[in-house]
Ligand binder design. Sequence first.
Ligand SMILES: Nc1ncnc2c1ncn2[C@@H]1O[C@H](COP(=O)(O)OP(=O)(O)O)[C@@H](O)[C@H]1O
Ligand SMILES: [Mg+2]
Length: 344
Amino acid sequence: MTSATTSTTTGTPALLSVADLRIAFPGRNGAPPARAVDGVDLDIRPGEIVALVGESGCGKTTLARSLLGLVPPTAGRVLFDGTPLATSARALKAYRKRVQLVLQDPSGSLNPRHTVYDAVAEGLRIHGHGGDERAAVAGALARAGLRPPERFFLRYPHELSGGQRQRVVIAGALVLEPELLVADEPVASLDASVRGEILALLLRLRTELGLSALVVTHDLGLAWNIADRVAVMYLGRIVETGEVEQVLTAPRHPYTRALLSVLPEAPGAPVVLTGEPPDPSRIPGGCRFHARCQILASGEAERAGVATACRTQDPGVLSGDGTAQVACHWAHAVAGTEAATPAP
Ligand SMILES: Nc1ncnc2c1ncn2[C@@H]1O[C@H](COP(=O)(O)OP(=O)(O)O)[C@@H](O)[C@H]1O
Ligand SMILES: [Mg+2]
């Protein structure tokens, strides 16, 4: 590493790299297409945990699924280890051994008629695992915190707690020794008491196995606990990204500020966003957030001289390279003023 300013993550080649990804779903009954993902750049480096946060409907699940080749992009591309995601079924099968998806609802991902052993062994069978299946299943269950693993082999999902079921799902992902885990709201359906345990498990896996992960969540507290880096998504775009501590303690985008202001521990009054809830089939011109922006509504953007830009100029797609960035005319104008103020 040559530069003292280079963090431990930037500069390392990305394991996964998303470049100007766009995914539109056809509109129903003549409605315009829904641009669920509307220009996203995002890199994930080896061993890095990135949290993707944003309100329901902003495109998180669509983006996550596209990383596994489950939703075809309308434009742009996904590179894994420097290679574009294949489209043939055979190549995708090989890819899905290296990248695993963990879903929100563990009951939905487990077949009620399959034992824990069969649920975890399924991936090995699909991918024609040559080694000792029993040992691999036991190892994965143990790593997922189900110990002693043999005690769980013949249990059925209904005999387990929600937390244990989520551990079985995670064991099923781990058994293939993936390099990247994509977890879509991995604890959203769990009780608060087991949420912390599953988070601790995900963190331990990163330390023990060097796993990289994209963790999708609408919960900023969870992002804070688990991620190195956070990407805040609004209407199909990442509008702010950076190291988790920086973004969550000194948010620059008005949308990030609004999300943080409604957390129970937040100081001050919650920011109430005006305007209609975001609709990906009608993305506003200019800054896509402008119609709901508290900074524009309060006149602060006007005072910073950017109100017209907010209404008419798209702040553009942020680079996915892991550096701190914000897509906001006002944040850039204010940062410019701060930089120009002479030090006392
Ligand atoms: N298969 C689909 N067909 C049409 N619209 C979809 C489809 N999947 C998602 N969408 C729309 O795309 C937008 C983003 O959805 P989603 O990715 O599930 O967001 P999130 O996970 O952030 O809640 C939503 O407006 C949703 O209605
Ligand atoms: Mg979702």
